[in-house]
Design a protein around this ligand. Sequence first.
Ligand SMILES: C[S@@+](CC[C@H](N)C(=O)[O-])C[C@H]1O[C@@H](n2cnc3c(N)ncnc32)[C@H](O)[C@@H]1O
Length: 174
Amino acid sequence: MLKKQYDRVEEREKVFELMDLNTKHVLDLGTCGCDCMTMILAKNGFRVTPVDNSEEKLAEAKEFAQQEGLSESIDFRHEDAANLSFADGSFEAVVAYNLLHHCDDVDGVVSEMFRVCKPDGKIIIAELNADGRREAEHRRDRRFLKKVQKLIEKQGREFEVFDLDFTRVWIVRR
Ligand SMILES: C[S@@+](CC[C@H](N)C(=O)[O-])C[C@H]1O[C@@H](n2cnc3c(N)ncnc32)[C@H](O)[C@@H]1O
């Protein structure tokens, strides 16, 4: 049997479909330049506020958005996802796609996601699964997914878990 190949855009599009968003404005934490979730959201007609703590990554993402004619729908912010400047309940949808495994303060980022999400909003967290980690040659091991799940459980909200080819996705409905 042929082994599935990781495709950056395809995997993000699958997660985008799973999100099933019923809002037009999304906070996307950790942008990472071209072909990232921010661009997929913008291409699909959403207004996006992407946050990244790296000036370099933001510059890359801004350039890509300009090339693709998406700048009008995107409001880039230079911020730390573990210490956001937004007021409580500012967004109807908050996304972190492959961000958490890059963060030192994972607990802080998850808490901030819940804080800035509206009471009836949606929180989407996507992280590399075992095959994803192999593809990305990433330092985190399988205990990391358990840690993420525990942090979500700690918030005491209902959530669903989905396993894609390279990604585990948690969707929290508040
Ligand atoms: C793997 S990329 C995110 C992938 C992106 N969401 C996508 O769809 O391709 C991780 C990004 O998170 C950013 N980052 C890491 N720690 C952060 C933090 N504490 N706050 C904000 N951004 C952070 C990095 O600068 C990097 O651009």
